[in-house]
Design a protein around this ligand. Structure first.
Ligand code: ZN
Ligand code: ZN
Length: 125
């Protein structure tokens, strides 16, 4: 049986509020490939469904809209409000991540992996 989110919440004794923080979209600070800065307000950040984070340039050129980690497509990363417009749901309460994840993609290996996937729309992968 796969572990459900509710199982995890109970296992670690997290309150609903704590769990909201854990569950919030990971706003990673840099492109996983080229390491350029992608601050929370960046319109250049792209994520896959697992929140693998790359810059638009890497997604459009090197990656061909194929995530090297899962094979899914990318979307623009939503921007978390910088100000507390409502109920504390903002960057000040749930900040961006600070830990860089720099795992450059091997262009040759990715070309092989993405060869067929890049011609399949993400919704059909
Ligand atoms: Zn990049
Ligand atoms: Zn991915």
């Amino acid at each position: 049986m796969p572990i459900s989110k509710e199982d995890l919440r109970q296992k670690y004794g997290l309150t609903d509020e704590e769990f909201d923080v854990v569950e919030a979209l990971a706003l990673r600070p840099t492109c996983e490939h080229c390491d350029r800065a992608l601050p929370p307000e960046s319109t250049e950040a792209r994520i896959c469904s697992f929140e693998c984070t790359f810059c638009a340039t890497c997604v459009d050129t090197l990656l061909g809209n194929v995530c090297p980690n899962c094979g899914g497509g990318f979307s623009p990363r939503p921007i978390r409000p910088a100000r507390n417009w409502k109920n504390g749901n903002y960057l000040g309460a749930i900040p961006a991540r600070t830990l860089r994840k720099h795992r450059p993609v091997d262009p040759t290996a990715h070309a092989g992996f993405a060869q067929t996937l890049r011609n399949v729309p993400p919704e059909q992968r």
